[in-house]
Design a protein. Structure first.
Length: 633
């Protein structure tokens, strides 16, 4: 804030507004209190309030203090004849110290024994008493304070709204609450008894639930004993936006925070005749899977159990119909939508397997309320917003969340008890016998069987290592594409996101350790380390590597490695024409700009390598002491 146009210009010369949106800059300039009256009453109210705030700040700087201010309004005298009032002069308002005159008056026919009484008829306000000049009887310090607070909140709401008009998803406002919370149940503040823990260990699924006001506590049986985990309360909504809009944004931001913003598509508004319609409350699209999101938010205070149950049931049914309408609309033609990085993405509904999710944002979901069955064409699940956040924090993979929701469509559950259903399925996963791998198709490598649903939150075993996958994806997402289609980048990111959650920490540790070793390699040597992930189903093949240096030679060598492994995988399985392979290479840097460079190469279909190219690549990459072993694990 400035007190003059010259003062504003001086502030701007200090670059104090660099980096703000142009629309925010205009708000700041228009709100300056030194401008004259504005025809828009809302803008004028903000200017008046900010002028008051500026005045208060100046007075505080000068040592002023809040005191009492007296404003005479209607002082009166009560007299009886023969006394008469000759003069009655009301004093002006002013500061009240030890005492203050309200009125000066002169009486005729007064005698010491006469009864004369009066009423002050004045307001006493708190104020900066050395500068409080009320404009009318309603102009009080309390009203001025309220006007200032309202103006500040209005500016905050405008700034927030302008930010959200910029395409893209934001980080969830409060992710610090979502800690892993894993502790040995024997060390819990709940002081579980030995009988309780042994009973849980002997139960079918080994999952216990305690629902509290702020947190839900889970007891989970593992091979190492019974562990306790605290599921945090739902993150708070932006209080400067309407609840429904704030809930939709929180749902999108949760998916962008713990998944990838590249997969989060903002709602799209289309004209239909004279009206407009919104295509869902957002989509998640990863590879060949799509998730239609519908958010229903309950505003106001909850009422009776019957009314709230009826509201939830009605809204879930309504949202289910909207899910079907969205899928039908997206399947009729290709639609361009904007993802969480503000990029245009073409969505062709017929190319995707769709699932729907209805997210209920409600301050007090009735306990033990079964999630209503939805007679929708699109398989659809109902969750509360806290459970949506739980799934993303637990899995940290957009693809894994969508796969999970598609899996639980037909499994009965109580609304608001998703962690319980999740851990029952996770416990069941541990009992499944691994499938046999056909060594004719997968002749090399180590067979690893992992649960689809890990019990521990993703990354809780090694946050730094697990975060490597996200960092690689961020590097790819923020790199230049040249003339390439944005869809190719999304395909590569989707391929990486299908890497099993339980494998990511191990991969991240391999890469971190590989980078550390690569930094120790001398300039006259080149060191490589690779790992390939192949699944026993037709999904993209993933290859990750570390090299001690990056130049034209190592780039060409990396390209030959990716193409060779792609060719070998495709010819072994018989679907070379449709196979996708994605390779990511990390190479250490030796400056202060960043720790490493990330190089990505993706290919789909037959690379049509010549026999000469294959022979050269095999001589480079398939030479090892054992004839059939590759130099990677």
């Amino acid at each position: 804030m400035a007190d003059s146009e010259d003062g504003l210009a001086a502030l701007l010369e200090e670059s104090c507004l660099d980096g703000v949106l142009h629309a925010q800059y205009k708000v700041i300039v228009d709100a300056q209190p030194f401008w004259g009256a504005h025809e828009n009453p809302h803008i004028q109210n903000v200017r008046t309030a900010l002028a008051q705030l500026l005045d208060w700040r100046t007075r505080l700087d000068e040592g002023s203090q809040v005191g009492a201010w007296v404003t005479p309004v209607e002082p009166t005298l009560q007299i009886a004849p023969p006394i008469e009032v000759q003069n009655f002069d009301v004093c002006g308002p002013g500061e009240l110290l030890d005492r203050r005159d309200i009125v000066h008056f002169r009486l005729a026919n007064y005698a010491p024994s006469a009864s004369v009484q009066g009423q002050a008829g004045s307001y006493v306000d708190l104020a900066f008493a050395d500068g409080f000049e009320p404009t009318d009887a309603e102009d009080t310090f309390q009203r001025r304070t309220k006007n200032v607070l309202d103006a500040v909140l209005q500016l905050m709401a405008m700034f927030t709204e302008l930010v959200h008009q910029v395409p893209g998803s934001r980080q969830l406002a409060t992710s610090s609450q979502h800690t892993t919370g894993w502790i040995d149940a024997n060390a819990s503040s709940w002081y579980w008894s030995a009988e309780q823990l042994s009973g849980l260990a002997a139960s079918d699924f080994g999952v216990g639930v305690v629902v509290g006001a702020e947190h839900t506590t889970l007891l989970v049986r593992t091979e190492q004993g019974v562990f306790e985990r605290s599921i945090p309360a739902v993150t708070p909504l932006n209080r400067f936006a309407k609840r429904g809009i704030a809930a939709e944004r929180a749902v999108q931001d949760a998916a962008a925070t713990w998944g990838l913003p590249d997969f989060v598509m903002a709602p799209l508004v289309e004209r239909k005749g004279r009206g407009v319609r919104e295509i869902s409350d957002g989509l998640l699209v990863v590879g060949d899977r799509g998730l239609v999101v519908q958010v229903k938010s309950r505003d106001g205070e909850p009422q009776s159990l019957q009314k709230e149950t009826s509201w939830i049931t009605k809204k879930i049914a309504e949202a289910g119909r909207q899910v079907d309408g969205t899928v039908r609309r997206l399947s009729s033609k290709t639609t361009t939508m904007v993802n969480g990085r503000g990029r245009n993405i073409d969505i062709t509904g017929t190319d995707l397997a769709w699932t729907g999710v209805v997210i209920i944002d409600h301050p007090a979901v009735p306990e033990d309320l079964p999630a209503p069955e939805m007679s929708t064409r699109t398989p659809t699940v109902a969750l509360v917003r806290r459970d949506w956040e739980f799934l993303f924090h637990q899995l940290r993979s957009t693809r894994a969340v969508i796969d999970y929701l598609a899996r639980v469509v037909s499994i009965e559950a109580r609304l608001g008890h998703e962690p319980e259903r999740y851990y029952e399925l996770a416990a069941a996963d541990t009992q499944v016998e691994p499938t046999t791998v056909d060594r004719e198709i997968y002749p090399r490598g180590t067979v690893v069987s992992l649960p689809l649903l890990p019990t521990a939150p993703a990354g809780s075993d090694d946050e730094q290592a697990h975060g490597m996958v996200r960092i690689m994806c961020e590097d790819i997402a923020n790199s230049g594409l040249g003339d390439a289609d944005e869809t190719r980048r999304l395909d590569a990111l989707a391929a990486i996101d299908q890497l099993p959650v339980a494998q990511r920490t191990d991969l991240g540790r391999l890469l971190l350790d590989g980078l550390e070793r690569a930094r120790q390699v001398g300039e006259d040597h080149t060191a490589w380390q690779f790992r390939i992930y192949q699944a026993d189903r037709p999904v993209p093949q993933l290859g990750f590597g570390v090299c001690s240096r990056l130049d034209d030679v190592t780039r060409a060598a990396f390209r030959s490695w990716v193409l060779l492994r792609h060719h070998e995988r495709g010819t072994h399985t018989g679907y070379l024409d449709t196979l996708t392979s994605v390779g990511v290479l990390l190479t250490p840097r030796h400056d202060d700009y960043r720790a490493w460079d990330t190089t990505m190469l993706g290919i789909t279909g037959d690379p049509e390598l010549t026999e000469g190219e294959l022979q050269t690549s095999r001589e480079l990459w398939n030479q090892s002491p054992a004839a059939d072993d590759y130099p990677e694990s």
